[in-house]
Each structure stands twice: as C-alpha cells, then as structure tokens.
Design a protein around this ligand. Structure first.
Ligand code: DAH
Length: 374
C-alpha cells in the first residue's frame, strides 16, 4: 500500500515537472510502457493468491489509472500552452492600417495620349498605329520626299546598317533601307494603303531623331492626324484643330493663327501658332497673340495632303482629298502640365514621376475633364 502511494506521488511529481512533450512521453514509457514499473506491478497479480489479488488489484488498477490521468492532463496542458504561444506569436492586428504599397503613376505622355484619343474619338477619329522600325519608302518616298530631297537631311535619321540588295529600292513592296521612323507621317500612308478611303485617324507614337538637348531627345512622341474624304478643305482643318486644342487645354479662348509654310507631304502647308499671354513670368495659352503683352507660339505642322501622297498611297487624288497634321505629344504635355525640361520625361526618376504622373484611376473623359487630376 505504502509502496503504491510513494510510487504514485513520485510519478505525479515527475509528470508535473516534465519540461516538454518528449519528457512526458519518456515518463509514460517508464510507468505504463510494456516494461514500465506500473505495468510490471499489474503482471504480479497473476502470481498472487485470490485473496491477495482481491486486495491488491484495485490498488494497482487505481495507481495505473491515476498515472494515466496525470499524463493525459499534463499533455493536454502542454499542448494548450504551446498553442497559446503560437497564437500569440502569430497575432495579426486587423485594425492596423494597410501597409504602404508601392504605387506607380501614369506617365504624362501616356496620359496625354489617352486625352488625345478621347478628344478625337468624340470627333469620329479612330486610333491607328504603324511600326517604329520603318522603311525608307513609307517614311520618306511615299511622303513626297524622294532620295535627293533636301528635307530628308533635316530629319537626322537613324538608319539601320545597309543590307546587301536593299539599296535604291523605293517601291512600296520593297521598301528600301530600314530606319527608325523620324515622324508619325508614314502611318498616313500605311492607313490609306490598308483601309482605303474615307479615312479619319489619329496616330500617336514614338519617333526617333539623332538630336539631344533640353527640348530634343533622340526618342520623342508625335501624334499624326489624317482626314481623307470627298470635299475636305482647309476650313475643316482649322475647325478640327481649334476644337481639339480647346478641349485639350480646357479653355475656350484658344486662338489659332495659320501661317503659310512648307512640308513636302502637304500642299498648301500651314504652320499653326497658338496665342499666349505672359502670366507671372510663364506663358499661358489663350487669347490672341496680337493683344498687347501677348505672343504667338508655333505649335504644329499641317496642311492639305499633297496629291502625290494620296497617289503613292494607292488612292485617286482626283476623287479624294483631305488634311493632315502632326504635333509633338511631349510638347503638348509640357505646355499643359508645366514641365520645362523634356529630358526629364525619359529619366525614369521616381520623384519626377510621382510629381507629374497621374493616378491610374484618373481616366480622361470629356464629361469629367480630359485633364482632371486626382
Ligand atoms: N511630319 C512632320 C514632322 O515631323 C510634322 C507634320 C507636318 C505632319 C505637317 C503633318 C503635316 O501631317 O501635315 O516634322
């Protein structure tokens, strides 16, 4: 009896003191395993006399049960404590503010292109595209700039290395020497060739010239406009540009001045100036450039499409005519949003992008304002 009591309190003490589940398991084996001390006690019952067995059996059974219960209780307590610690370590406070996620911005060039697409879509223009790696024929020849044309020299063209056999080929099929397009005007030719007439498109995109300073970068952006139909005239051109610029700059007092000019692909050609005023040392578009304190700023090139271009693009110049224009997208962005160094557009400096960039949610719409800022 005393032996059992001692064994029991000894076992309880050790079980309560067990440091971890492994130690507890070792104790279980020590007491209740096949060779465990309590198990061996149970085996002694068989050799006992019935009277002795009747007396000892309940005590040994009680001992076995007590040890088993103590082990189970201690095990449950340990597992609960372990879960507690894990839960405490894995705590997630859902009331904390969301972590600062890296946020990008829409580049002003992309924003302006979206604004242009929106404005011109409202006037019935589709967006057309052409390849940046262009051939000589589409970039120059078809635009009435044959090989010897002096205007070619003004384009500072990036040519690809000449491939054998490509020299001197200047038909639409052969294309000629490959180059990085110097303007978006070849899209005029490509669009007329691929979809015929009538045409009403804008073609925004990258163009390349070997030139670099504060207002020129080797890659920049232009948007081309082209309308080809039966009875299009210069009045349509002027109305379209005026409507576009008023919507783009979001002011009604935009005044245009058309000056005679020269481009090989238009005849007649006009250079379009826009009136500005000086406000706090800055040029602000609006009003006639002829008012005192005002001036004219050259903005874009345009004109009636030269019949030789219409012909090169596979259309009958006696049946079809129209106007075209080309304008720098980066320039438009600078005028509207106030940047003064074009080179910063393409530096990828995140501070500049954060300052001049737009929220992806700031979709230009005619109703909410094409230049709305979040
Ligand atoms: N392609 C000309 C340039 O890059 C711009 C231009 C002028 C485009 C007159 C036109 C136009 O469509 O009619 O300098």
């Amino acid at each position: 009896m005393t032996d059992y009591r001692t064994l029991e309190s000894d076992a309880r003490g050790r079980i309560d003191a067990a440091a971890d589940l492994a130690a507890l398991e070792a104790l279980r084996i020590e007491y209740l395993g096949k060779q465990g001390s309590v198990s061996l006690l149970l085996k002694t019952l068989g050799a006992m006399s019935p009277a002795e067995r009747q007396e000892k059996a309940p005590e040994i059974q009680h001992l076995r049960q007590t040890v088993a219960d103590a082990l189970a209780a201690r095990k449950a307590a340990m597992e609960a404590a372990e879960l507690e610690t894990r839960l405490a370590a894995e705590t997630l406070d859902l009331t904390l503010p969301a972590p600062e996620a890296p946020r990008g911005t829409v580049h002003p060039v992309s924003q302006v292109m979206d604004e242009l697409a929106e404005i011109f879509a409202d006037l019935g223009f589709a967006v057309a595209t052409g390849p940046e790696i262009e051939d000589d024929w589409h970039n120059f020849t078809a635009l009435n700039m044959p090989e010897s044309h002096p205007a070619r020299a003004m384009h500072d063209t990036f040519y690809f290395p000449e491939e054998s056999g490509a020299q001197g080929r200047t038909t639409a099929q052969q294309g000629g020497r490959m180059l990085l397009r110097t303007h978006t005007s070849p899209v005029q030719v490509r669009t007329m060739l691929s979809q015929g007439a009538p045409v009403r498109i804008i073609a925004p995109g990258r163009v390349y010239r070997s030139d670099s300073d504060a207002t020129h970068t080797p890659m920049f952006h232009q948007v081309e406009g082209l309308v080809i139909d039966k009875a299009i005239h210069l009045g349509h051109l002027k109305w379209t540009l005026e409507t576009f610029l008023k919507a783009f700059f979001e002011r009604e007092d935009i005044v245009l001045r058309l000056r005679p000019s020269y481009f090989p692909f238009t005849e007649p050609s006009v250079e379009v100036d826009v009136g500005f005023a000086i406000d706090g040392g800055r040029r602000v578009l609006g009003g006639s450039g002829d008012e005192p304190g005002h001036g004219w700023m050259e903005l874009l090139g345009s004109g009636m499409v030269n019949r030789r271009v219409i012909e090169a693009a596979g259309l009958d110049p006696d049946a079809w005519q129209g106007f075209a224009f080309g304008v720098g997208v980066d320039r438009l962005a600078m005028l509207k949003y106030g940047m003064d160094d074009l080179r910063a557009f393409f530096d990828g400096d995140v501070r500049w992008l954060r300052h001049y960039g737009f929220s992806a949610f700031d979709q230009p719409t005619l109703s909410a304002g094409v230049g709305a800022r979040a």
